[in-house]
Design a binder for this molecule. Structure first.
Ligand SMILES: [Zn+2]
Length: 364
């Protein structure tokens, strides 16, 4: 089966406007859903975005908030949705701010993005999210004077988001980053998340998603050389071995719940797990950053995505061949195929032509 572009575009368009009532529980994540839809459409058919440009830009921008902290610093960021509005307590988060920034890039809403005041406020917000150990949380305790939220988790995802935001909002040189964050401390934190067998993860368990976050942020910062050759080789080996193969596999006498022959070609996110559409992206992006993606057999990966998890009836991709399609796996399935085709910028998570145009227009 080929990539069903028209069906996927329609599937994603259905997620831009009002959410169906069955998805009400996801309203706090509206901006994430809008981002997955817009960027997914932008990958497949940029022309189809034209009809949404004005309406979608306005509905994203209306979620932007600025707040003045007690020391006079103005911080800015995006709410996940209007339901997250709490009077006097801006609940902007760095994750939603990245989703908004990337959505606006695809929508070519350059007026908002090129406003120096907005970018400075967003960079100040990111700056405030850094913890003393170098890692980042995603929210501030605005009532508590704008300190990092004491209840928010801090891990490689939020470190990646922080770096991507600083980069997209104008930081390029070490001095520009240093205005807002302690890069050395951040890199030290990232190195503490290395796992013995290669790759990155929390609590010593390697995870493809965290690995992609760590490698993407080091690549954006130009700090990949902080990883020694031996660790890089172990990481490449770990990543390549996440591709599930059914060839030559001997079925166990007792059922093995974590092994399905249909997973052949797909990627798992951790050892001994089933294949899942999104890990094709997290693993392939990591391998591409380490310049080792040619070690992967793309054919079985493509056929896993197109034959097993692509939904030919309503469009979209599912997590596995047994699930209904959802917008997150749809976006990451399309992004993984875009990586293979060489058209997707995995470190910044937008099509290459979008990021290249933005970098050109903001590099001084
Ligand atoms: Zn997944």
């Amino acid at each position: 089966m080929e990539l069903l572009i028209k069906k996927h575009v329609r599937f994603m368009e259905r997620h831009i406007g009002l959410l169906p009532s069955s998805q009400e529980k996801n309203d706090a994540n509206r901006l994430a859903i809008v981002y997955y839809s817009l960027v997914g459409i932008c990958c497949l058919d940029a022309e189809a975005l034209t009809a949404h440009r004005e309406g979608a830009s306005a509905s994203v921008i209306q979620l932007y908030r600025q707040s003045e902290l007690s020391d006079g610093t103005v911080v800015g960021g995006f709410l996940g949705s209007r339901t997250m509005e709490v009077s006097g307590r801006p609940t902007m988060s760095s994750a939603n701010t990245l989703f908004a920034t990337l959505s606006l890039l695809c929508l070519e809403a350059h007026e908002f993005l090129q406003c120096k005041e907005n970018s400075a406020a967003i960079c100040e917000f990111v700056s405030r999210c850094q913890l003393p150990d170098g890692s980042f949380v995603s929210m501030l305790d605005i009532g508590g004077g704008g300190c990092p939220s004491p209840t928010d988790s801090h891990d490689l995802r939020f470190c990646y988001i922080a770096v991507a935001l600083l980069y997209l909002h104008g930081c390029r040189t070490p001095a520009e980053y240093a205005r807002y964050v302690d890069v050395e401390q951040l890199v030290d934190y990232v190195l503490t998340q290395r796992c013995i067998g290669g790759a990155f993860g929390a609590f010593g368990e390697a995870h493809a998603g965290y690995t992609s976050c760590a490698l993407s942020l080091l690549s954006i910062l130009g700090k990949l050389d902080s990883l020694d050759e031996e660790f890089r080789a172990r990481t490449v080996s770990w990543l390549v071995h996440r591709q599930v193969s059914a060839i030559g596999a001997v079925p166990l006498q007792d059922d093995n719940e974590q092994f399905y022959a249909e997973d052949h070609g797909g990627f798992q996110g951790r050892e001994n797990k089933a294949a899942d559409t999104c890990y094709a992206f997290w693993c392939m992006n990591s391998l591409e950053i380490l310049e080792a993606s040619s070690l992967v057999d793309n054919g079985p990966m493509e056929s896993y995505l197109l034959q097993q998890t692509q939904n030919s009836l309503v469009g979209g991709f599912a997590k596995t061949d047994e699930d209904d399609p959802d917008i997150y796996h749809t976006f990451l399935g399309i992004a993984a195929l875009g990586l293979i085709a060489g058209t997707f910028d995995g470190a910044l998570c937008v099509p290459k032509n979008v990021s290249a145009q933005w970098v050109r227009s903001t590099t001084h």
